[in-house]
Design a protein around this ligand. Structure first.
Ligand SMILES: Cc1cc2nc3c(=O)[nH]c(=O)nc-3n(C[C@H](O)[C@H](O)[C@H](O)COP(=O)(O)OP(=O)(O)OC[C@H]3O[C@@H](n4cnc5c(N)ncnc54)[C@H](O)[C@@H]3O)c2cc1C
Length: 406
C-alpha cells in the first residue's frame, strides 16, 4: 500500500470512493489486474480503518455479523482470502423458516442440497480486517482517513477533491460509499427510496443449547426475527420492528429483553440466556436509477440498500464486484480502458437481471410477511408447507439464495 502525502494531483486508472466491505472487496478483486496489467488503483476511505488491522482480533460478543452465501465464499477463495475469512466463519448447515402462530414450516439442509454449507456467518469486523490486511500488503494508494468532498466529470473521467487537500483524476470512479456521501446526488443520479418504516435491532444472544449450525428465520406479526449461528452457543439476532417500537426494547434490561425475545420467538432454538449491547438500523429499499455512466460505476449500498431479511445485500454486491472485474478484463483484451462506455455497458448488462431479481425477492419477502391478513397468512403457510414438499423448487430457491445460481 502506498501512503499518500495528500497534496498532489495524481492520475489513476481506478479510484474507489469508500473502503468499506464493498470498496475493499473490489480493491482486493482487482489485485490480479494490478499485478498483471499495472493497473493503478486508489481507495479513499473516510474512517481511520487501518489502525486496527494488526491488533489481536477478539470476536466480541457484540460484533455485527453477516450471512455470506457459498457463492461469495467461492469468490473470496478466488481472491485468495477465504482461508483467512474462514478463521472466524461459522457454517450454516440448516435453515429453518416458520411463521409464529401458523402451521407452515420449511427447512433447508446442506446434506439435502449436497453442499458442505448453505452459507457462512462472519463478523463484519473480521471480514474488514482480512480485506484491509490484504490492501495493506499491496501497491494500492490508500487515502485514509480522507473524504472525497467533490467530484467533477472531466474528459476521460472524473476529478476527485479530497478532504486532505489532495486531488485525484481517475479514468473510472467507483462510488462504494454506502450512499452516505451525497456525491451520487451531486452528480445528478437519482434514487428510488421506499422507507419500510421498520428498524432492525441487532444483537448477539447466547442460547442454552448448541445451535448445531442451524439458522432461523421466524416471521412474527411485528416483523421477522432471524438468528444466525456464531461461534460456541452464540447467535446473531436480527429482529425487525415497526419504526419507533425498537426504542422500548433498546431500553429494556437484559433480562426483560430476553424474556420478550423468548415470547416472540418461542423455544424451538432453546432458551435465550445472555444478550450483548443492542444496535438499531432503520430500513429502506434504496435503488439508484443509474449505476453506470462513462467513467463511473455505483456499487454496494450506494447502488442498492436492501432489507436484511434475506441476507442478500453484501452477497449481491460481491457478485457485482466480480462482474466489474470480468468486464474490465474483457475490455482490456479489446484495448478498452476500465472507464470506457463499452466496459461499463458490459458490466451493466451482466448485473441487470441479478440486481432486479434480488431486489424484487427481498422486497417481496418483506411485503408478503409484513401484511397481517388471515387470507395471506394461510397462503404463506401453504407456501411454506408447499415449499417444504416441493423439493426441486425449494432446492432451486436455495441454490439462488446461496449465490450458486442467478
Ligand atoms: C442489519 C443489517 C444486516 C445485514 N445483514 C446482511 C447479511 O447477513 N448478508 C448480506 O449479504 N448483507 C447484509 N446486510 C447488508 C450489508 O451490510 C451491506 O450490503 C454492506 O454493508 C454494504 O457495504 P458498502 O461497502 O456498500 O457500504 P458501507 O458499509 O456503508 O461502507 C461505505 C464506506 O464508505 C465510506 N465513505 C462514505 N462516504 C465517503 C466519502 N465521501 N469519502 C470516502 N469514504 C466515504 C464509509 O466510511 C464506509 O467505510 C445487512 C445490512 C443491515 C443493515
Amino acid at each position: 500500500m502506498v501512503p499518500t502525502d495528500g497534496t498532489s494531483t495524481r492520475r489513476v486508472d481506478v479510484a474507489i470512493v469508500g473502503g468499506g466491505l464493498v470498496g475493499a472487496s473490489l480493491a482486493c478483486a482487482l489485485m490480479p489486474l494490478i499485478e498483471r496489467a499495472g493497473l493503478s488503483v486508489a481507495v479513499i476511505e473516510a474512517a481511520p480503518i487501518l489502525e486496527t488491522v494488526d491488533a489481536p482480533f477478539q470476536p466480541s460478543f457484540d460484533a455485527r455479523a453477516s450471512a455470506i452465501a457459498q457463492g461469495s465464499a467461492d469468490h473470496f477463495a478466488e481472491m485468495g482470502l477465504w482461508q483467512s475469512m474462514a478463521e472466524h466463519a461459522t457454517p450454516i448447515r440448516r435453515i429453518h423458516i416458520s411463521e409464529r402462530g401458523r402451521f407452515g414450516v420449511t427447512r433447508l439442509s446442506s446434506d439435502e442440497l449436497g453442499v458442505a454449507a448453505l452459507g457462512h456467518v462472519i463478523p463484519n469486523a473480521w471480514m474488514g480486517r482480512v480485506l484491509h490486511r490484504r490492501l495493506a500488503e499491496s501497491s494500492i494508494a490508500w487515502h485514509c482517513p480522507a473524504r472525497v468532498e467533490e467530484i467533477a466529470p472531466v474528459a476521460g473521467g472524473h476529478v476527485l477533491t479530497l478532504s486532505d487537500g489532495g486531488r485525484l483524476e481517475a479514468g473510472l470512479t467507483v462510488l462504494a460509499d454506502g450512499g452516505r456521501s451525497g456525491l451520487k446526488e451531486r452528480l445528478g443520479i437519482e434514487s428510488d427510496s421506499h422507507p419500510y418504516d421498520q428498524v432492525a435491532l441487532i444483537a448477539n444472544v447466547e442460547l442454552s443449547r448448541p445451535h448445531n449450525g442451524e439458522a432461523w428465520e421466524r416471521f412474527t406479526v411485528e416483523g421477522p426475527i432471524a438468528l444466525l449461528p456464531l461461534r460456541g452457543q452464540a447467535m446473531e439476532l436480527v429482529w425487525t420492528h415497526p419504526l419507533g417500537a425498537e426504542q422500548r426494547r433498546l431500553a429494556l434490561s437484559d433480562g426483560d429483553f430476553l424474556a420478550e425475545l423468548q415470547r416472540a420467538f418461542g423455544d424451538r432454538a432453546g432458551r435465550f440466556r445472555r444478550v450483548s449491547s443492542r444496535h438499531a438500523y432503520p430500513l429502506s429499499l434504496v435503488t439508484a436509477r443509474e449505476t453506470t455512466r462513462p467513467g463511473l460505476a455505483v456499487m454496494g449500498n450506494a447502488a442498492h440498500a436492501l432489507h436484511p431479511v434475506a441476507g442478500q445485500g453484501f452477497n449481491l454486491a460481491v457478485r457485482g464486484v466480480m462482474d466489474l472485474v470480468s468486464a474490465m478484463e474483457s475490455g482490456r483484451e479489446r484495448g478498452e480502458t476500465p472507464g470506457s462506455a463499452e466496459v461499463l455497458a458490459d458490466f451493466e448488462a451482466r448485473r441487470r437481471a441479478d440486481r432486479h431479481n434480488v431486489v424484487r425477492f427481498s422486497d417481496g419477502l418483506v411485503r408478503l410477511f409484513g401484511i397481517d391478513s388471515a387470507l395471506l397468512s394461510h397462503a404463506r403457510a401453504a407456501g411454506l408447507v408447499g415449499l417444504n414438499l416441493a423439493g426441486p423448487l425449494r432446492r432451486g430457491l436455495a441454490r439462488r439464495a446461496m449465490g450458486l445460481e442467478r
